[in-house]
Design a binder for this molecule. Structure first.
Ligand SMILES: [Cu+2]
Length: 144
């Protein structure tokens, strides 16, 4: 009995030693999604045609380069900020003019037919913009 118990003990010890010596499997390498998200987003374009920005509203990812092309004969600007539209005239009164409030974040200056202006949106937010020459031309870029 004593010998059998001793042998059983030895066997258990050997098993324990064997398990302890087995190297743990190396963890599989993981691909971080951040590496993919850090890639530069595809550039976008806006055409200025018929006294309008096309598209007038666009949603883009942070870091996107947007290029505007003036396809009109008239000069235009891409200027961030807001415009209060011209007010309807009361009977017999002159209409109130549109009031532009450029915020100075984005300002292309006037650019002619065939010319472009480019800007990279590196901050998230909603960016309203308009044309300083034609206040009815308004548009928005939403950066996520
Ligand atoms: Cu314009």
């Amino acid at each position: 009995m004593r010998v059998a118990a001793g042998l059983a003990g030895l066997t258990l010890l050997s098993l324990a030693a064997l398990v302890a010596c087995t190297p743990a499997a190396a963890p599989a390498p993981t691909i971080t999604p951040q590496a993919v998200a850090a890639a530069t987003p595809a550039p976008k374009t806006v055409s200025i045609k018929g006294f309008a920005f096309n598209p007038a509203t666009m949603e883009i990812a942070k870091g996107t380069l947007v290029t505007w092309t003036n396809e009109d004969a008239a000069p235009h600007t891409v200027s961030s900020g807001t415009v209060t539209p011209a007010g309807s005239p009361a009977v017999g009164a002159s209409p109130s003019p549109a009031v532009a409030r450029p915020d100075g974040k984005i300002e292309s200056g006037r650019f002619e037919n065939g010319k472009t202006f480019a800007y990279t949106f590196n901050e998230a937010g909603t960016f309203a913009y308009f044309c300083q020459v034609h206040h009815r031309m308004i548009a928005t870029v939403v950066v996520k």
